[in-house]
Design a protein. Structure first.
Length: 175
């Protein structure tokens, strides 16, 4: 008799389970509909932070090497390999290293997708960085990728019109 009751109880539970499945599925779908956007947003935020931290680390390495070249004086040069990587959700739209005499010499600007332009100012000391494009001094514009950047300390131009040549770090890409 106990075997029959257990069997009967077991079949009652199965019948109740079959009746409750649509309700349970609705609850699961609602929970997923609420939590998936939160999880997706968290992944995007984490990805953007990791990409920006990696980019800033590479730029700080470049700035340190530019300072070493500048402190070495005129004629000192170095090649720096950098890797500006995109990630799953975050893309580097552009990067501008240095500027011309009318702009902010001691700066690097970059823009990531879905974010405004960020500026890193090179301080202690301010190192003038510029790209010489056939006598037109401006910023070196890059996107994402792996680059070898040539840094050279020069003093062959009087930017301030004071009668003396000014020392700066010329940036260019190596072939």
């Amino acid at each position: 008799m106990t075997l029959f009751k257990r069997s009967r109880i077991s079949s009652q539970w199965n019948e109740e389970g079959v009746e409750g499945i649509p309700f349970k599925l609705i609850i699961i779908v609602l929970i997923m509909a609420i939590s998936l956007p939160l999880i997706w947003g968290g992944l995007e935020s984490y990805d953007r932070t990791q990409t920006e931290n990696s980019l800033i680390s590479e730029l700080n390495f470049l700035i340190t090497r530019a300072k070493q070249v500048y402190f070495g004086g005129t004629g000192n040069a170095d090649n720096v390999e950098v890797n500006f990587r995109n990630s799953l959700f975050t893309r580097i739209e552009y990067m501008q290293i240095g500027d011309g005499p009318e702009g902010i010499w001691s700066s690097i600007r970059y823009k990531l997708n879905h974010k405004g332009v960020e500026t890193i100012v090179i301080e202690n000391p301010n190192i003038p960085l510029t790209y010489n494009d056939n006598g037109n001094f401006k910023s070196l514009e890059l996107g994402s990728g792996r680059f070898t950047i040539h840094l050279e300390c020069r003093d062959d131009k009087d930017f301030t019109d004071d009668g003396y040549n000014d020392m700066y770090v010329a940036v260019s890409l190596t072939a």
